[in-house]
Design a protein around this ligand. Structure first.
Ligand SMILES: *Cc1c(COP(=O)(O)O)cnc(C)c1O
Length: 385
């Protein structure tokens, strides 16, 4: 079965990991800060905090931005559940903004409308999480302007978008946001096995995430409440977590980062081949946003039963019968049973719900060769009749 996504591991990547395994420090050594520095310079941002996965990156960012009980986080339903769950971890609540029918990410118009209503009823969000679906940045300039008007923090869920650009700057530069979060799960732009990171321009936010990443325990004289009793001295000053990443993982990440531009180039070439091949098929693809280049995390086609004459689910099954794996990104978060039990109902977010019934992710990964991609294209054409 051709998978929808797959990591690319080189001999250099393997050697980088082996070097750490032969060194004295498997964790809390020199490689994590080196990886953080390399990511910060790639993204053109002052601070990067690397953590054990993208989900805890969202959690720590929310905590550092001050999200807590009595407050609300807004995100889109068309995302991985973690973009919303992070609010609940902090004791805050969640609400959803519908997506744009063409770019499939947060609709700036829907956001503006919802903010206007919320302002009238004193129910503005504390944090808004735009998600860069499939690797293409949301309209961050417009979202940043709304943030200034209404006074909320902006946390970019950039888990799909490392290697993409927006307005000529790398995603993660945080030009219009307070922080941006990445994941290094094997299907993402680069991998560390499990891993994640937060980028921010704000030093205090970065320091707070570093403290919370490691139990809330510090040796920093500026944070200690008592006089240091000796060089061994440390204090727990907050309730933190162990959300650390290991040097083993960071070594893989740093090695992968050197290959990132090549990865994006290959993904873009494959996406362009799909664009051409799908022109005559009864499917629609993601509209590109002017001024941004996508990291091409996934390639999604929408199959509307009325135009295609066949359901998305039938296409998924037909592809599987032809040896082609595909997936659905995403079932709208508010329609998961857990979220329905919180009171979210079908019908309130029609664009995200329609997208959720039509979207199909077809194979796109660095190691996909043209010939195998042609098999995918032929299978899709065949299933669509
Ligand atoms: C992958 C992903 C996450 C979570 O990252 P993990 O590293 O798997 O915890 C969060 N949001 C989005 C949009 C993702 O794709």
């Amino acid at each position: 079965m051709i998978p929808y996504g797959h990591q690319s591991i080189s001999e250099d990547d393997i050697q980088a990991v082996v070097d750490v395994l032969r060194s004295d420090r498997l964790t809390q050594g020199p490689v994590v800060p080196r990886f953080e520095g390399a990511l910060a310079s790639y993204c053109g941002v002052d601070h990067v905090v690397a953590v054990s996965n993208g989900t805890v990156a969202l959690h720590l960012a929310c905590l550092a931005l001050g999200l807590g009980p009595g407050q609300t986080l807004w995100t889109v339903p068309t995302t991985f559940a973690a973009s919303a769950n992070c609010a609940l971890y902090c004791g805050a609540s969640v609400d959803f903004v519908d997506i744009d029918p063409d770019t499939w990410s947060m609709s700036t118009a829907a956001l503006a409308r919802k903010l206007e209503e919320a302002a009238a009823s004193d129910a503005l969000p504390a944090v808004v999480v735009p998600v860069h679906l499939a690797g293409q940045s949301c309209d961050m300039r417009a979202i940043g302007e709304l943030a200034e008007t209404y006074g909320f923090a902006v946390l970019e869920d950039a888990c799909h978008a490392l290697g993409g650009t927006h307005d000529g700057r790398p995603v993660g530069s945080c030009a219009h946001s307070d922080a941006a979060v990445f994941s290094f799960h094997p299907v993402k732009s680069i991998t560390t096995g499990e891993g994640g990171a937060i980028a921010t321009r704000d030093e205090a936010t970065a320091e707070r995430m570093r403290l919370l990443r490691s139990h809330g325990i510090t040796r920093d004289p500026a944070l200690l409440e008592a006089e240091a009793a000796g060089p061994w001295y440390y204090e727990q000053v907050e309730l933190g977590y162990n959300h650390r990443i290991t040097d083993i993982q960071a070594a893989l990440g740093a090695s992968q980062l050197l290959r990132l531009d090549g990865f994006v180039e290959r993904r873009s070439a494959l996406a362009a081949r799909y664009d051409t091949a799908l022109e005559d098929m009864p499917v629609s693809t993601q509209a590109s946003r002017e001024g941004s280049s996508s990291a091409r995390h996934i390639y999604v086609v929408r199959i509307a039963e009325q135009t295609a004459g066949v359901t998305r689910d039938a296409v998924l099954e037909g592809m599987a019968e032809r040896g082609v794996g595909s997936a659905v990104h995403y079932l709208p978060v508010h329609l998961h049973p857990y979220y329905r039990r919180l009171g979210f109902e079908e019908g309130r977010l029609p664009e995200a719900e329609r997208y959720g019934s039509e979207a199909l992710t077809i194979p796109l990964f660095v190691g996909l060769d043209d010939g195998t991609q042609d098999v995918v294209i032929a299978a899709l054409a065949d299933v669509l009749g």
